[in-house]
Write a protein that binds this ligand. Structure first.
Ligand code: ADP
Ligand code: GLC
Length: 473
């Protein structure tokens, strides 16, 4: 089974969040299921610079305003197809923003080019390679089915929704620059409340839709979480599948992690905590050390942590944070970091994220919505107890320490609802009580560390889906 994955990020080459982790992990996870996956990416400098054995497999005189090569090669152990289109992708900054943090004004065209190329490779092949299924991710791959329709060659398509909050909407005046068929600007096509929406086009056009947890699949059909697309999701519910993300459990394994003092049992965590406290200049206090590794946005609910910080400190707790994003949140966390029991690092730092998650007693993920979430699963793997909002993938991956779950010895973390400062505060009191009871705590840690969080189950679900779409056995 040959599958083309189409995405705007892919770890470790280019990453702003969990989307990259998933896109980078799927080819390896699917190899064991008889699926060969190539990943089509924009030719950002970081992608072009990493390619080895590069070979040109296509040339396009006018890919949305300039010449482009399609290049096949290897990078980070993955089979990559890169769109070498300097007028679109040879730029400094992130995949979506310029060095000053502003969105590139031509993002709609840049990712339309990605979608167009995905459709082209699927319909016409790349060199002698012909994918049987196209698997796109998020709005950046949403227009694939519109272009396939123009090319007159249908192939099975899957679209995965990692976050419906980003729908790739743009002004209807861009129909021409996006090279869309004007007559498709209607509710069955790419029109969405008078705008063009790349995600809407994909949600209507793809043969199968998936999202990254079963709970988010349900939530997407409600006004609270559907971000205006709940009607579309209800309309397409018969092709929607919730398939939980896994984590890369070779990179995230406390027994082999080169970034930390390794351990394979709760007892071994003691040294990791002491090392982290020493690194951060935190007193070697007895209370729970809470950690956060996160984008700082409204979605992640970190403002609630700031609200209850006095309670955390009153109860003898400590807090260590790594993140970046919203300038207001960054500023507020920097200020909070002036307390001797709080450490805040604004930035992006992969090895430090490992040391934090290894050294913390508990990891806080108080998201207002969370399609899946990966850091709570890292926490489980490292015996760092997740305290999570009861939403999306956070609901699906953590077993709340209710009296019944504790009695059955199956609890792995603490969940709270609704997503308010009071409920979070209450969750931390419950966690504090468990933490002080050393037997309960080490039981909780052992349960967490034993929880399966890898890809094997979900890789099978994707492979089955591809097979069902192609009629293969
Ligand atoms: P989202 O994709 O919504 O940001 P996820 O939990 O799915 O949330 O994925 C976030 C990923 O990005 C995780 O791999 C997490 O460790 C990583 N990450 C987030 N912020 C940072 C940071 N400041 N430094 C290092 N890694 C980070
Ligand atoms: C999105 C979601 C996150 C999910 C990730 C990978 O960024 O916000 O919940 O884990 O995609 O699917």
């Amino acid at each position: 089974m040959q599958v083309l994955s189409v995405a705007s990020e892919c770890a470790p080459l280019v990453k702003t969040g969990g989307l990259a982790d998933v896109v980078g992990a799927l080819p390896g996870a699917l190899a064991g299921q008889g699926v060969r996956m190539r990943v089509l990416l924009p030719g950002y400098p970081a992608v072009m610079g990493a390619l080895s054995d590069a070979q040109r497999v296509g040339w396009f005189d006018d890919l949305f305003g300039g010449g482009a090569r399609l290049v096949q090669g290897r990078a980070a152990g993955l089979d990559i197809l890169a769109i070498d289109a300097p007028h679109l992708f040879a730029r400094p900054g992130g995949p979506y923003i310029d060095p000053n943090g502003r969105d590139w004004p031509d993002n709609p065209e840049r990712f339309a080019a990605l979608s167009w190329m995905g459709a082209h490779v699927t319909v016409h092949g790349a060199g002698d390679w012909h994918p049987q299924v196209l698997h796109g991710h998020d709005w950046q791959a949403g227009l694939v089915t519109e272009y396939m329709r123009q090319m007159g060659g249908h192939r099975p398509t899957v679209l995965t929704i990692h976050n419906i909050a980003f729908n790739g909407s743009t002004d209807p005046g861009r129909v021409q620059s996006l090279r869309l068929d004007p007559w498709r600007f209607h509710t069955e096509g790419y029109e969405f409340w008078g705008s063009i929406s790349a995600l809407k086009a994909g949600l209507m056009g793809a043969d199968a839709l998936t999202t990254v947890s079963p709970s988010y699949a349900e939530e997407l059909m409600t006004p609270q979480f559907g971000m205006g697309l709940e009607g579309v999701m209800q309309h397409r519910r018969h092709v929607l599948h919730g398939i939980l993300n896994g984590i890369d459990d070779s990179a995230w394994n406390p027994a082999t992690d080169p970034a930390i003092a390794r351990y394979d049992s709760p007892e071994g965590k003691v040294a990791a905590k002491a090392a982290l406290q020493a690194e951060l200049g935190l007193p070697q206090a007895e209370g729970p050390l809470y950690v956060i590794v996160s984008r700082m946005t409204h979605q992640k609910g970190l403002d609630l942590v700031l609200q209850i910080l006095p309670d955390i400190l009153d109860q003898g707790g400590q807090l260590a944070v790594l993140g970046s994003g919203d300038p207001g949140l960054e500023h507020a966390f920097r200020q909070a970091g002036e307390d001797p029991n709080v450490s805040v690092r604004i930035g992006y730092d992969e090895p430090f994220s490992h040391r934090l998650i290894a050294g913390g007693d508990a990891i806080l993920v108080p998201s207002r919505f969370e399609p899946c979430g990966l850091t709570q699963m890292y926490g489980l793997r490292y015996g760092t107890i997740p305290v999570v909002a009861l939403t999306g993938g956070l609901a699906d991956t953590v077993i709340n320490a209710s009296p019944a779950a504790l009695a059955q010895a199956v609890a792995t973390g603490v969940q709270f609802s609704p997503v308010t400062a009071d409920a979070l505060c209450n969750a931390l009191s419950r966690l504090g009580a468990l933490y002080r009871d050393r037997d309960s705590w080490s039981q909780l840690q052992r349960n967490a560390m034993a929880q399966p969080v890898g890809w094997s189950h979900s890789a099978r679900a994707y492979a089955d889906l591809y097979r069902s779409l192609t009629g293969a056995e």
